[in-house]
Design a binder for this molecule. Structure first.
Ligand SMILES: [Zn+2]
Length: 351
């Protein structure tokens, strides 16, 4: 057995010698959860310098001819490419993820270690799935808009929300949580609280609008603003905010509080991100659905007031319009809306 081991050692030794007529014998890697280690095995001790960046590790060696074609090296965790520079005598490992907690050290040759080792310890950020909060507008004693043939807004919004959750579970790109899962009342503050408690990455409130002019139809998307973009937007915000009045809550105090929050930079940054999100949504919706003329509008919706979560309110169409009402209750159109939100959300997260 001992003889066999010795023979094997010499075979490996000569094999390495043949391929690399230099000092670098091996680069190997291992990991324990999100902690990774890369080991450079070198035949002899060597002086080197290091350059560690967000996504790369460079070793610059003092000795000349240490660099060889190491393409035969095994795959190294998280490393997408290895570059060799003969001129500066360096090896660069390019990572496909951001690396953290970097620690580089060497281990000298001793009785146990026949080789000189350079060890690089690092961690990568654990992948966390993004969370999408879907808020089916209205519910319970608050039916929202009542459309032609007595279609209730609260039922349309819940149906689309449930379809979206189904799609999320199936595709599994991000996690999806519904503020309500049945026909019950939630005030606007509870919806925002839910989004914040569950650390939502985006918040989408689903609605269907009503207009006395029965010919008006199309999709529009709202973000929060102190000043409404027009009288209609203001009137809509008043209608939607009525949910809290139904619950007997006083909004006047909240708006003072919100005004303070609005000054906060977090809020401004969130509003910017909401705008980026709306742009993705509009770009997607305009490919296959009818939009209102100015599809992105602004108003003081209470449900969009989470200071740290990009939030949008989607008016999926008009229940007062015959065409829209028919579409909004059809499976095909509801699935189209779900698909559009899904694609736009993916694009937003990938930015
Ligand atoms: Zn509504």
């Amino acid at each position: 057995m001992i003889k066999f081991k010795k023979t094997l050692f010499f075979i490996i030794f000569f094999y390495c010698e043949n391929i690399f007529s230099n000092d670098l014998l091996e680069i190997r890697s291992g990991h324990n959860n999100s902690e990774y280690r890369i080991v450079f095995e070198l035949k002899d001790e060597i002086k080197y310098r290091k350059e560690i960046k967000l996504k790369s590790l460079k070793l610059l060696f003092d000795s000349s001819d240490i660099i060889e074609n190491l393409s035969k090296f095994k795959k190294i965790h998280n490393v997408s490419d290895i570059n060799f520079d003969k001129a500066e005598n360096s090896i660069t490992l390019l990572f496909n993820k951001k690396i953290n907690s970097k620690n580089l050290f060497s281990i000298k040759k001793n009785k146990q270690n026949k080789n000189f080792r350079i060890v690089f310890d690092y961690t990568v950020e654990k992948f966390k799935k993004k969370i999408v909060i879907i808020d089916a507008g209205h519910g319970g004693k608050d039916s929202g808009a009542v459309g032609t043939s007595k279609i209730l807004e609260k039922n349309v919004t819940l149906s689309v929300a449930k379809r979206f959750a189904q799609k999320c579970n199936k595709e599994n790109h991000f996690k999806c949580l519904l503020t309500r899962n049945g026909d019950y009342f939630l005030n606007l503050r509870q919806r925002v609280k839910f989004a914040r408690q569950h650390k939502g990455d985006v918040f989408i409130s689903l609605h269907a609008d009503f207009h006395p002019k029965k010919n008006i139809r199309g999709v529009s998307i709202y973000t929060l603003s102190e000043k409404a973009s027009d009288k209609e937007a203001e009137a809509l915000a008043r209608r939607e905010n009525k949910s809290d009045l139904i619950d007997g809550l006083d909004l006047s105090e909240e708006s003072k509080e919100v005004r303070n929050i609005l000054i906060d930079l977090t809020q401004r940054e969130t509003m910017n991100r909401s705008t980026v999100y709306v742009m993705e949504l509009i770009n997607q919706f305009k490919t296959n659905t009818k939009l209102l003329k100015r599809a992105h509008r602004f108003a003081g919706f209470a449900v969009l007031k989470a200071p740290d979560i990009p939030s949008v309110l989607l008016e999926m169409g008009y229940l007062s319009n015959k065409n829209d009402a028919k579409l909004l209750t059809s499976e095909i159109y509801q699935k189209k809306i779900v698909e559009n939100i899904y694609i736009a959300t993916l694009k937003y997260f990938n930015k």
